[in-house]
Structure formats: C-alpha cells, structure tokens
Design a protein around this ligand. Structure first.
Ligand code: GDP
Ligand code: MG
Length: 596
C-alpha cells in the first residue's frame, strides 16, 4: 500500500466518554462490520472487558474510506483507557500520526483526557478535538468546545461535534481524519523496523503480535528478530485486521497489522520492542522500550488449600497473555500455600483475581496490597521488599517508598475538600490551574501507598463523583515507615503484618486487634491479641477464656443429638489453623482481610 493513502489514528478519551461506541460507528460506516454482525464495543474482545465496559487490550483495525473520489486506508488503534495500562497507551500512540481527542459533551475535560492528551503531544501527534454525545439533553457543546479549544490552542469552531450513539457527525470526522492527519513517512529501502504495540495470546494461533511498520517491509516466511532480546522467529503469517484477520503478502512503510510466529508466550513478543529482519537487521531499534514494572503486590491464596495446583496452572496460563504479571510461591502460617503476585495497579489486581475466579473456578483470598519498598540496612545492604513479612527487624538505616505525581480535576467548589484529603495522605501540592472559570486542575506529589487503596473512592465521595484522577510514577522518597505485626498469644500472624507510615501505625494496630477480637472464637484459655512495632506493643485486646464443653448443654438423654454436635464440631475443626496454641477458623482470617 502506498503510504500516501494511509492514515493511522487512535481515539483517546477519559473512561466512559464513548471511545468504544464511536469506534463501533466507524466500523459500521466504513462497512468493515456488517450491521447483522455488530455487537456493542465490537473491539473489546475479552469477556471481562465486555462485563466491565472497559478496554484493556488495544486492537487495530483497517478501514477503507473514500474522499473526493480517492480511496484511503484508515488504521484505527484502540487504546486501553485506564491508568494501570499507561505504558500500553503510550505505545499505541507511538504507532499513530494523529489522535481523535474525544470529550463527553455533558462532562467536559477529565483527568484522563489530560493525561492522554499529554502522552499524544509527547508523541508529536496531530490532535483532532471532538465533542461526543451531543444527542444528550445535558450536553453543553458550546461551553466545552471553548474549554477544549482553550486547552489545545485553536478555535472553538474547529471542534467537531458528534454522537457515537446516533452516528451524527461521524462521517465528517472520518473526512477530517483523512484531511488533517499526515500520511506516514518512512524509508521503504531501509532494513525493516516495526514497533510492537500489542501482543495477545490466542489458544489456536499462539501469540498474535500487533505492529506498526516504520521502515522497510516484513514478508511472510522470512525470519524476523526481536531487537531487545535478539530472539529470532519465522514469520508464519502476516496480515491486517479488518477487523477479522486477513493474511497479506507483506506489510510496508506506515502499515499496521499483525504477525504470527508460533511463539506461545507474550513475553517473547514484548510491547514496545522493535521487530527487524534477521538477515538484514536494522542498526538501531525504535526506542522507547520499557519492561512493565509491577507497582502493587498482594498475596493470593486459594480458600480451599487443595486448589493450590489449580491456582499455579491458572497463573501460568494468564501469564501467557499478560507480560506484566509476576508471581512467586509464598507460604503463610495463616493462609497456607499461595503466591505473592505483582500488579501494575489495583485495577490490574482486581481484573486478574476476577479472571482467576471466573475462568478457573477458584475461590481466592488476597492479602492487603502493598507497594514496593527499598530498605537500606545499617551495613549499607539494600533490600527490595515486596512483602511485609520480609521487612527486616531492626538495623534499618533508611526506607524509600515509591511516589507518584497525581492530577485531579474537579469543579472549583471542591478544592478545599480535595486539598484536605491530599494533605491527610502526605501529599505535596505542586500546582493548581483553572481550565475554565469553574473547573480546576490540582497537581500533587503523593506516596503511591497513599493512593492505591481507598484514595479514589474517598475522592469520589468527597466530590459527589465529580472529581477525576490520573497519576504516574514519579521516583521515590525517604519515608518514616514501620512494620506493624499482629500477635496472637505472642505468635506473629504473618498475613496481617503491614508496612505503614509511623503516624498511622497506631490506628492500623487498633483496627486489626479489635477486628480479630470480634472474629476469633473464645478458647479454653485467655488469648491476648497485640499489635507491635518490633518489641514495642502499641495496641492490645483480650479474648476471654471459656470452657468449651458442647455436650454439657445436653443433659444426658438424646444420644443422636449428642453425636450430631460432635460431628459438627469435628467439621468445624477441619478449617482450623493453629497459631501457636490458638485455634483460629480460617474464616476469621479471611473476614479480617476482606472486610474493609
Ligand atoms: P469508553 O469507556 O470511552 O469506551 O465508552 P463507551 O463507548 O463504553 O461508552 C460509555 C457509555 O456512554 C455507554 O453506556 C455508551 O452507551 C454511552 N455513549 C457512548 N457514546 C454515546 C453518545 O454519543 N450518546 C449517548 N447518549 N451515549 C453514548
Ligand atoms: Mg471502551
């Protein structure tokens, strides 16, 4: 295909602003999906994406379009919309010349609108501003056109107004994409260089790798090489999605498509890597490649201990399709055998857990998630701690915690409450701007640990749902952190150890000890529950002793009733875990971990 007729674009938007719906309309209008095959959010392929209505994995589709009697090939790349997957968004953007910046005409600009816009600008993309959902009675297209024009510089008149739902304005948008976006440029004679912007494991075809060719050409049956690992593979099939996979006899400059090599694991085909020709390799890769880095760790345990091998196999399977998932076996006295798993963020954790439960029929319990700490010991040794139980006792000279820079957008009436929240989370204000007279952008630097848990929920409830949040990793800082242990009759219960800021250690200790006092049944003897920092006790509760004689109640007589009671008691025992001399039903641990 002549690069002059190619237009590569993506749609960027805040979540729920209508990206997938608009993509559906484009597929229909360009005729690549027949009306009878149309399903809402056609491109969101994974079940979980459909259920939650969010896009996780990006996909590319090629669509024909005619303008002024000439034919064009439009490649639309759908990007994931969530902050956990920023790296994938940024790679998808790098595969395009332009971006449709989509904003809900009833909502206006939100935090991810900005975050995505900045990513697009970093990639030098041409931006086409578009207001969506103009069919809504609550739409305020004039107001938000001014806001958008103000943001990217330009005339409010130039902001297109569309409805992905009714299709109004979508043809005009496709025309504008052809007119305004530059055609791709590259050297057709140079050694091949193609950037991987997505790779997906498919049970039947193995890994399907999505690429954008920058220079040269990739042809079927030749040997290709991945530039970061130098691994080489035979190119079994190459083609374009339209939107069903259609093999072709090669991809040239500016083209977007897929390739299949028969590898079985997405880590052999990494997002951001450069594909070249083994026999005529490029001298330099396209750059920008980064390994995905887990930000949040949690222990995952099967509630039924015999499911451990099922969990192990399930994680191995998910990993084929998720280069960011890392895990290693872990044992807990309270929960038995499980895994310590690293995630990109909490959404990634939730999605992974849901998939494990739904697709592999597992019941899981996850321990409170924590971030990664860097601990320097007095002898200068540095430890990377992903699990509170690995936190060294004493001899610590310095602890560093990961930081993020966060952007919060909200109506200005909420500025006070947002500042209060950020301060209570050890935030440092970096700036504040008015995007329009009633909408404010606040910028903060905060510890990641303070925002991964309930920050977003708290922000939403303080602002009646009007605030939006986006953040990205921003180095680390020295912090005054301590490990709080929970002890049952002097024995540490590993699953409840937590690394917290010194100021919050006491409230964590009080919360955990009183929760456990409620949940753990009385024993034959008194059981103290303590929270401790090292050897210093910071909170304490007591479970009083009882004489647990179940038969005493059945004054002789009814023998079958006695037997029933004994059996019941035995059944109860099966699920008991011993912590020292204390018998704890596993349910108590599970309840203590899940109920907040
Ligand atoms: P995404 O998260 O950006 O992919 O957004 P979706 O395409 O999933 O849309 C989010 C919600 O907005 C869905 O309930 C859509 O039906 C709705 N929606 C999308 N576009 C329009 C539109 O143009 N008009 C109206 N009224 N609703 C829309
Ligand atoms: Mg979507």
């Amino acid at each position: 295909t002549d690069p002059a007729i190619i237009r590569n674009f993506c749609i960027i938007a805040h979540i729920d602003h209508g990206k997938s719906t608009l993509a559906d309309r484009m597929l229909q209008l360009t005729g690549v999906v027949q009306p009878r095959d149309m399903k809402a959010q056609y491109l969101d392929r994974m079940d979980i994406e459909r259920e939650r209505g969010i896009t996780i994995k990006s996909q590319a589709v090629r669509m024909p379009w005619e303008l002024d009697g000439a034919s064009y090939a439009l490649n639309m790349i759908d990007t994931p919309g969530h902050v956990d997957f920023t790296y994938e968004v940024s790679r998808s953007l790098a595969a395009c010349e332009g971006a449709v910046l989509l904003v809900d005409a009833a909502q206006g600009i939100e935090a991810q609108t900005l975050a995505n816009l900045y990513l697009a600008m970093e990639n030098d993309l041409t931006i086409i501003p578009v207001l969506n959902k103009i069919d809504l009675p609550a739409a305020q297209p004039e107001k938000y056109a001014a806001e958008l024009a103000n943001l990217i510089g330009g005339d409010p008149e130039d902001v297109l107004k569309v409805s992905g739902k009714t299709g109004v304005g979508v043809e005009a948008l496709l025309d504008k994409i052809v007119r305004d976006l530059p055609a791709p440029v590259g050297d057709p004679e140079a050694p091949a260089r193609a950037m991987i912007f997505d790779s997906v494991y498919d049970t039947y075809r193995g890994v399907v790798t999505y690429v954008r060719v920058v220079d040269g050409k990739l042809s079927p049956r030749e040997r290709i090489q991945m530039m970061s690992t130098r691994a080489s593979h035979e190119l079994l099939e190459i083609g374009v999605s339209s939107p069903e996979p259609t093999p072709s006899n090669g991809l040239g400059v500016g083209e977007v498509g897929y390739l299949i090599t028969g590898v079985k694991d997405v880590r052999q085909s990494k997002v951001g890597d450069t594909v070249t020709n083994l026999l005529k390799p490029a001298a330099e890769s396209l750059g920008g490649y980064a390994d995905p880095k887990p930000m949040v760790f949690s222990g995952l345990y099967p509630i039924d201990g015999t499911d451990y091998p099922v969990l192990r196999d399930a994680l191995d399977k998910l990993k084929l399709n998720d280069a960011a998932l890392v895990y290693e076996p872990e044992t807990s006295a309270a929960l038995g055998f499980g895994f310590r798993v690293g995630f990109l963020g909490l959404l990634h954790l939730e999605i992974t857990r849901e998939r494990l439960e739904a697709e592999f029929n597992l019941d899981l319990i996850s321990t409170a998630p924590n971030v990664v700490y860097e601990v320097t010991l007095e002898d200068k040794k540095v430890l990377t701690v992903t699990n509170p139980s690995e936190y060294p006792d004493g001899k610590v000279s310095e602890v560093r915690e990961p930081m993020v820079s966060a952007t919060i957008l909200a109506p200005n009436e909420f500025v006070g409450t947002i500042m209060e929240l950020c301060q209570s989370r050890r935030g440092d204000m970096k700036g504040m701007d008015y995007l329009s007279e009633d909408r404010v952008e606040l910028r903060y630097r905060l510890p990641l640990a303070e925002i991964v848990f309930d920050f977003f929920d708290n922000l939403k409830s303080r602002t009646r749902g009007y605030a939006s949040l986006d953040w990205k990793a921003d180095g680390d800082q020295v912090a005054d952190l301590v490990k709080v242990d929970i002890l049952l009759q002097g024995e540490q219960v590993d699953a409840f150890s937590a690394i917290t800021h010194r100021d919050k250690a006491y409230s964590y200790g009080v919360m955990m000890t009183s929760k456990l006092r409620e949940l753990i049944p009385r024993q034959q003897f008194e059981v103290p529950i303590q929270a401790a920092i090292g050897s210093r006790i910071i909170a304490r509760e007591n479970i009083r002793a009882i004489r647990k004689d179940v038969l005493a109640k059945c004054y002789g007589g009814d023998i079958s009733r006695k037997r029933k009671l004994l059996e019941k008691q035995k059944e109860g025992k099966k699920r008991m875990k011993m912590v020292g001399r204390v018998e704890v039903p596993q349910e108590a641990f599970i309840a203590a971990l899940s109920s907040d």
